[in-house]
Structures are given as structure tokens and as C-alpha cells.
Design a binder for this molecule. Sequence first.
Ligand code: F6R
Length: 364
Amino acid sequence: GKGNFRHFMEKEIYDQPEAIAHTLHTVIDPGTGVATLPYPLEDAESVSKITILAAGTSFYSGLTARYWLESIGGVACEVDLASEFRDRKAVLPKGGVVIAVSQSGESLDTLMALRHGKSLGQKVLALVNVPESTIARESDGVLLTRAGPEFGVASTKAFTAQLTAFLGLAIALGQARGHIDKDEVLRLVTALEGVPGRVAEALKDTSAYHAIAHELSRAKDVLYLGRGLSYPIALEGALKLKEITYVHAEGYAAGEMKHGPIALIDEHVPVVIVAPSDGWFDKTASNMAEVRARGGRVILLTDAHGAKELGGSADHLVVLPDVAPEVAPILYSIPVQLLAYLAAVEKGTDADQPRNLAKSVTVE
Ligand code: F6R
């Protein structure tokens, strides 16, 4: 049940420290810190390319994973929407592996894409939250997220569990392929093991969110911006907001603003900027300045360092715990989920049962 929570979505947001910790330990041995690779990735050096196929929120975990699989794992990686992939004459190399990502394991688009991947000679790994699902059964290997059952239509804990599994996978691949050295493996594993604690901290005090949620619930359009690892989190934030509050929202790569969407900015458009202090921070800061120069309302999600640098020029500020840049997307999922959820509560829409949506989409 929901316990003391108003909605399953709220409960599932608060389930995340545990969901992440459980998932973490299916990939990384808690005693030795060794990350293990599931079939068909266990022969890591022979993997020529990874193609990630998914829909919706699971697609955004795939977009995040691409950064990790390339920069940490040293593997070529592409991510495609399941509904697009199957009708595309993709050219995939020998020795390629498809990862089909799905909370439910039942999304028909993702299942059809998986079958198409197989027909193109790829081995398939399922990353699913439901072990007995169709996608799990039809794949060559299965990596389970251990988020526990997710009832809220808007995916929350399954997403951060997917991110956790993907980062663990990237570390294991990087180690096995000799792409990262022992010290780097240790640094990343330590950072990942610290995430449940940081997420719990972030969930402890949500007082900063209420005024922001109020503003978002009354907006007509909202933009979410992020760069690099924060870009998929911006996309996810926008999806969460629109599906449960029906407020129009779009996520953009911060650098794309000047190529068009900046025309939308005026004093009525709140802009949520996802900006941990990482290698992309300075560039995101200059995109934030562009938004401000056009009168846009800035909601800044950052850490203590970022708050010191930019807090003064934001209309609203959420300060998150410090983490290694590689794990920031997992932590920064929390504020975008909370903002959407609290905006839905403000507006009085049903976060658990948004109109027109079903928990698993079994049509194409
Ligand atoms: C968004 C959401 C959907 C699902 C999508 C894929 O909050 O829940 O976008 O992520 O329908 O579902 P799965 O992961 O079950 O394949």
C-alpha cells in the first residue's frame, strides 16, 4: 500500500534510497566492490557496440547511459527510441549487443525493437524491473533493477534504479576492457555506493520545493535545461511535469537554447536549470545568463559550489548534496520528480492516474 503517503508516486519517490541500494548490489559486490558483467556482455572485449532501445522515461535512462558507457566503459553506444528503431534500416556491427530497457518489461514498442535487433544479429540484454516479463523472457540475458513494484503511472524509482544499473555496467565494462584503471574503478564504485545516502539527504528537507511547485503548477510553459549528463535529466523533468500536471514543458540541451527555443523566453516562462558543478557547469552558467537577460524566471538545481557562484541570480534555488559528477544524474532526478509531484498536488491533478496514460503500453 501507500502507507502514510498521499500517492504511490510520492511513496515511490521516497523508496529510492532503498531501490538504488538494492540495484547497486546486484551489479557491484558489496564485499569486494567488484562489478560483474551479465551475459551477453561478460566477454567485454568482444563487444563492438551497444544499442540501447527503450521508450519514455526508460529512453532517458538510456541517453544518460550512453555518456557512461562511452566515457567510462569505452564502448561505442547508440540510443534509439524503440518505436523509431524497428522501422529504421539500422546498420549494426557484428558483436553488437542490444540493451532493451523497460520498467514493466511489457512495452510493445520495446519488445518489437528487441525482436528487430535480434533479426539484425545482435545479442540482447534486458534491463527490466519485472523478472517474469515478456522482454526478460525473449532476451539472451537479463539484468534486473531491484526497485520493487512500481504502481504510480509516472516512473520514478525504476528510473533511478536503471541509472544505477547502467553506471555499474559501465564501470564493469571499463574495468574489463582496461579503459579505466584500478583507482578510477575504486573512485567510481565509492561514489556510486554513496548515492543512496545522498538521495536520502536530498529527500529530508523539501521546504525549498513548495514555492517552486506553486509557480510551475500555474505556468503555461516550462523549460528544462541541462548539458552533458544533466541533459537527459532535463528531458525527464519536462516529461514528468507534463504527464502529471498537464503543464506544457520541454527539455533542451542547454547549448541548443540559442538555436531556437530562446525565442520562447519571457517573464512568464519558468526555466528549470539542472546544473551540478561538473565539467559542463560554466557553459550552463552562460546559458542561464542568456535566459536571465531575456527576463526568464530561473529555477536553479545545483550544489553548494554552484549556489555560491550563481545562486544570487536565480529566482529559486534548490541546493543538493555534493557528489562526484558521474553520479549526479541519479541524485538530480530527485528534485525534478519532486517538483512535478508537488506541482500536481498544488494543481489537484491525480499524480497516480494521469489522464490518457496507462502504466504499461502494450500497443504500438
Ligand atoms: C513516464 C513513463 C513512461 C514509461 C514508458 C516506458 O513517467 O512512465 O514514459 O517510461 O511508457 O515504460 P517501460 O519502462 O515499462 O517500458
